[in-house]
Design a protein around this ligand. Structure first.
Ligand code: GAL
Length: 616
């Protein structure tokens, strides 16, 4: 085993492939900071590694590790269905529709942390399956003598609950289509392992201040004039929106894209300038699928994959040429003109969409990558080049992307999804902190005004405060019903919801200095700004599976409610005294407390007695 830094080791099994995440990692590791972290679980990695067995199989390779019955497992990227993966199979494949708890994700990351005191990163773009204590090897049950107990309940769930492996558990990492792999091992408690992984990635980011201010993506049918009007309306109504996102209609052809302004934006330069004069930043939606009418189509043609997507080329951003052509065009045409960032849509593969969405796994790319590898890599390759495009111009970006993966902590991008389950969006937020990811549980459609408030409450306590109104011409606080919104009909209580939403957005703005401090920690020592309680309270057994509460920086605990949960909830507060930042009520922690909270308030608690930002 090679020691990389204090508490980080690397081991090579068999013959690894050429196209792996470490090859495309652009930011240098912060190993000096790793060396300053404590190593509280000394020796566990060495003991674990000694017990690992490596096998070549007909489909690829496997690594087998021991797993203790008490071990809790966290990570694997942006997961929607829970935080503790002990006893589950995680199939790490990029997927725009992770509708079941399989491990598939917009951002599958082959990194996990065990409560036993170690973490593992597997350097692969293959669709890897991690079997976290679900399988026992041949012979393990040879001496069993049990007879059936009387059944208490006849149901599928009761049946399979009985069948969980309680015997000697193992972790099996099953990597197809390869003859070898490099594995990184991290030592420490959950927080320290995550910090080590993030620091190996290059440390976290600090977004530009404007990126943390409220965002609003305008109606897909907008033109230059209507975009200006809604911006003016925000100013008029004192809505503190800072970033305006323009949806596909700005391209002369989208799905796939031309990257040329359409007739809807006849004087784009003037438009960008006027928006800037009013104090707004602009973000442009795009694909990376290049339509024949794109100005750089010919240049990309020779460095694209052998299948098209929606009539567009798929650039091979693992080649310098494709990355440079795309980057330079974006610099000259958009970044130099004042565009502050992009939203890369549909770069996540879909298995369910009926259209010819995305390239097949059997695709070949000029770099030598196949379709499977490119699917897992493409989001990060794009983020790398856009980050570089802004940096070379001396500008900062905070952008959006729908797929990500390994070593993403230093990339200034926030993930989002078309799925829209509020509870799952909260769990994704809690999970993002285990894998170096940023996530926005954006507000889109709402059942009614109170659902809008509940959604917006989660959003303002997230990495990006975004309202994505791409389906409606009027703000959701004017009308939540899409059909009526399209008909310009306001709700009766539009004034009430406008005021309540304004208050939430103002609260977000007032929290920015605090949030910036948390991001500075992320950049400096890899500590995620938003994280599961188990990271801050590793010795509290009550928090090991809490997936609907989270730490927001060092001092704030957020417990968002969904509209379906209504106006009361049982909350667990860890040890210590907590103050509700809205009501100022104090609670003694280390217990569950049943709390009431109207739709226009939140359950947010501070470790400190007073909190400056809430006074403003
Ligand atoms: C979706 C995307 C939405 C919106 C829409 C525009 O796939 O997630 O946010 O941008 O495309 O066509």
């Amino acid at each position: 085993m090679e020691n990389i830094a204090k508490g980080i080791w690397k081991e090579v099994y068999g013959e690894p492939e050429v196209h792996v995440p470490t090859k495309y990692k652009k930011v240098a590791a912060k190993l000096d900071v790793v060396n300053e972290l404590s190593d509280s679980k000394e020796g566990i990695v060495e003991k674990t590694v000694k017990k690992i067995t490596f096998n070549k199989t007909v489909r690829g390779i496997t690594l087998t590790l021991p797993m203790m019955p008490t071990e809790d497992i966290y990570g694997f990227g942006l997961q929607f269905f829970g935080i503790n993966h002990a006893g589950k199979r995680r199939f790490l494949k990029v997927n725009s529709d992770p509708v079941a708890d399989t491990g598939e994700s917009h951002a599958p990351v082959p990194f996990y942390v065990s409560s036993a005191g170690y973490g593992i990163f597997v350097d692969t773009y293959r669709y890897t399956t991690f079997l976290m204590g679900t399988s026992t090897a041949k012979g393990a049950s040879r001496n069993m003598t049990q007879e059936n107990m009387p059944h208490e309940e006849f149901s599928e769930s009761a049946l399979y609950a009985l069948k969980r492996a309680k015997e000697e558990r193992k972790i099996i990492i099953d990597i197809p289509n390869t003859e070898g792999v490099t594995v990184f091992f991290f030592e420490g408690n959950i927080m320290e392992c995550v910090q080590r992984y993030n620091l190996l990635s290059g440390g976290g980011i600090v977004p530009p201040r404007w990126g943390l201010e409220p965002w609003y993506r305008i109606y897909g049918g907008s033109n230059q004039m209507s975009a200006m009007l809604i911006a003016k309306q925000f100013i008029h109504e004192n809505m503190p929106i800072k970033v305006i996102g323009i949806e596909p209609g700005w391209h002369s052809h989208s799905y796939s894209c031309t990257y040329k302004w359409s007739y809807l934006f006849p004087s784009a330069e003037k438009f960008i300038k006027s928006m800037d004069d009013m104090g707004f930043k602009l973000n442009l939606w795009e694909h990376l699928f290049v339509y024949p009418q794109a100005p750089f189509y010919k240049e990309i043609e020779e460095c694209a994959g052998d299948y098209e997507v929606w009539n567009g080329l798929v650039p091979d951003f693992a080649t310098d040429k494709a990355a440079d052509v795309f980057k330079q065009y974006h610099q000259k045409t958009f970044i130099d003109e004042g565009i502050s960032g992009f939203k890369l849509d549909e770069c996540d593969n879909s298995d369910y969409n009926p259209s010819n969405w995305s390239f097949p796994d059997c695709s070949q790319f000029p770099s030598g990558m196949d379709g499977e590898q490119m699917h897992q890599a493409i989001g990060v390759l794009y983020q790398n080049l856009i980050k570089e495009a802004f940096e070379e111009r001396g500008k900062a970006t905070y952008s959006e992307v729908r797929s990500s993966g390994a070593f993403a902590a230093p990339l200034p991008f926030v993930l989002y999804s078309d799925l829209y389950n509020h509870k799952q969006f909260i769990t994704a937020l809690v999970n993002s902190g285990f894998s170096g990811l940023l996530w926005c549980p954006e507000v889109r459609d709402c059942q009614n005004g109170d659902d809008l408030l509940r959604r917006l409450q989660t959003v303002i306590f997230s990495h990006q405060a975004l309202i994505n109104a791409w389906r409606i011409p009027n703000a959701p606080w004017k009308q939540t019903d899409i059909v009526k919104n399209l008909d310009d009909v306001q709700m009766d209580d539009a004034d009430y919801y406008t005021n309540e939403c304004r208050k939430l957005l103002e609260l977000r703005v007032s929290m920015i200095p605090y949030l910036e401090d948390s991001f500075k920690e992320y950049e400096k020592n890899g500590k995620p700004p938003i994280r599961a309680l188990v990271m801050d309270y590793p010795d509290d057994m009550n928090v090991v599976s809490i997936d609907d509460e989270y730490m927001f920086g060092d001092d704030i605990l957020v417990c968002p409610l969904t509209y379906e949960e209504g106006t009361s909830k049982e909350v667990y507060l860890p040890e210590g005294q907590w103050t509700n930042i809205f009501t100022k009520e104090k609670y003694q922690g280390a217990k569950k407390i049943h709390m009431k909270v109207p739709y226009n308030s939140m359950l947010v608690f501070s470790k400190k007695d007073s909190f400056d930002f809430i006074q403003k």
